[in-house]
Design a protein. Structure first.
Length: 327
């Protein structure tokens, strides 16, 4: 009984700690002096200027990229969807009912006519605006996320130290290790996301389980930028998540709740793209801790998806070997 109480206390402590770090960690990075991101040559050039009175306060690179993400995803993409759904459609519906009410007194005809007009307008808007902008924003967001992660890591820890590339390894060997690590991580995260989506259909508790899984996944997304710069391979990244699960549940919970609230997939994607850069900054600002002492909190939550990923990769490799021998 005492050990159970201790486990609950430790879990609750690290859950609150992760939640707190998520909310406060980004402020540490965003409020840093912009000079922390400048090279020595840039600093020397600025110090040698004859007229320093022309300088003004500038946003640091992280804040600049976060504002760009917010402007594209929230100000352009998300706002356009909200205006279409909650302003333009109701306005057109009011106009349609008013105009056709003069010529067609039967209200059933109005409803049927507006139904098809709304379907046509919605599909046209999604086809020519929402979907193209969604796919256009994906590479831009990925580029901005990567830059935010690099600046955040440099401001908190200095130059990245990737250990996947060693002095003894050739360029081809190092490239193959990086590609293998990337695709293995991608498959694990995809299957984990699929697992959470399936569990969401469980009555009563499915929604809570899905939010918890998304919290863990978002934490993995954010910390992965940091851990890759520290040189951790995918197995070590998953190991660190599993050995202090309550911390990472609390860390990703705010974003998981924010993205779960919207019913629209595209609005949820906008919310993620607006707030995820803050999660990257928070992850970079967290202090390292020894995961070994949290063995009591170990939960092999990634074991099913890791097993499935290994099976798929092993199967594909076997098929390649068979096709090569037959040819």
């Amino acid at each position: 009984m005492e050990s159970c109480q201790k486990l609950i206390y430790i879990s609750l402590h690290w859950f609150i700690e992760g939640f707190k770090q998520c909310l406060l960690g980004a402020a540490q990075t965003l409020t840093m002096n912009p000079s922390n991101y400048q090279s020595k040559d840039t600093k020397r050039e600025l110090s040698n200027r004859k007229n320093p009175s022309h300088s003004w306060i500038k946003l640091n690179p992280i804040t600049s990229k976060i504002l760009q993400c917010g402007l594209l995803n929230g100000g352009v993409f998300g706002l356009s969807i909200l205006l279409f759904d909650h302003a333009l459609i109701p306005f057109l519906k009011y106009i349609t009912y008013g105009v056709f009410g003069i010529f067609m007194p039967d209200s059933s005809h109005h409803t049927q006519l507006w139904y098809w007009m709304e379907v046509l307008l919605s599909y046209t808007f999604k086809m020519f605006w929402v979907i193209p902008l969604f796919w256009l924003s994906k590479p831009l967001n990925s580029f901005w996320f990567q830059e935010i992660a690099i600046y955040s890591y440099q401001s908190n820890r200095g130059r990245p130290k990737p250990t996947l590339i060693t002095k003894s390894s050739s360029l081809a060997e190092a490239g193959s290790k990086i590609i293998a690590d990337f695709f293995f991580s991608l498959l694990v995260e995809f299957f984990f996301l699929l697992q959470g989506s399936i569990l969401d259909f469980i009555p009563i508790i499915g929604r809570a389980i899905c939010i918890i899984q998304m919290s863990i996944l978002y934490s993995l997304y954010a910390f992965e930028y940091k851990w890759i710069n520290m040189g951790f391979i995918v197995q070590e990244r998953l190991y660190r998540i599993e050995h202090n699960l309550p911390y990472y549940c609390g860390f990703g919970l705010p974003l998981a709740i924010l993205t779960y609230i919207p019913e629209s997939f595209f609005i949820s994607s906008c919310v993620f793209s607006v707030f995820f850069p803050l999660l990257i900054c928070s992850a970079a600002a967290t202090s390292p801790f020894n995961v070994e002492k949290f063995g009591v909190l170990t939960c092999r939550i990634f074991s099913p998806v890791v097993w499935l990923t290994n099976r798929i990769l092993t199967r594909s490799q076997t098929l390649e070997i068979r096709s090569a021998t037959t040819n």
